[in-house]
Design a protein around this ligand. Sequence first.
Ligand code: DBV
Length: 243
Amino acid sequence: MIYTKFLEWAIARLESELGLQPYPIPEGFAQKTATVKRGKESGEVTTTSYGACHAKLRQIRAAAVDGGTALQVLNFVISPHWDYDLPFFGADLVTLPGGHLIAIDLQPLFPDADYRARYGAPALAVWERYREALPWGGDFPEEAKPFFSPAFLWTRPTATEVVETTVFAAFQEYLQVYMDLVKAATPVPNRRADILAAQHRYQAYRAVKDPARGMLTRFYGEEWTERYIHGFLFDLAQVMPPT
Ligand code: DBV
């Protein structure tokens, strides 16, 4: 699995720099396998979930899809606790028969200049260093733009080697920037209502627009997929219903 080392590095680094607590993975989601047709042959597709948390990070979770060399996915999202105005960390690392699709960002809660300066600037310095090696991946839905920062890394490398080297290095740097922000963050409970509203907007968008919905539904059926999306991948509305 091409993205195993990404997740292993992330967990090890989060553990050593921040310390992690477990996050419950609901029944039936830890590992799910289906047998699927691939042309004349059939093969297995396994989706494995990972979860952790931290005093400042409500949920650290990953979904890894392994369907052989032509289908590999690591979707990794860190959702801060609502007493912190930290951005989300989001990585969508996808390998399909046509090539690789890479999205990495520190996804902002608020659009104002002060927020951007505090939380956008450090990642922007990383983005600047990779923009030539990992050029802009093109077409991107207009409606998604509020959820991305100017440091959004969106690229479609054709060579697997680029993913294993340059993308891996960029992933590490983005996560390092994020961990530094987490370490420095102090609670702002007086802003809780605004933070929760912004977190709900983000999670609702991701749950409704999940680009993996079609694929997961084909493999595991609609009932399992909807429970997985709302009950684990983007679970804020279940954990803390919007008011
Ligand atoms: N994407 C998810 C989750 C996934 C997942 C939870 C469990 O949010 C995988 C798996 N993303 C996934 C797959 C595809 C994409 C595509 C399987 C391919 C879908 C296909 O071609 O059938 C970034 N991911 C995409 C696309 C974008 C993103 C823009 C292309 C969409 C399209 O072509 O329709 N995902 C999107 C995003 C973030 C993210 C903006 C933030 C970092 O995680």
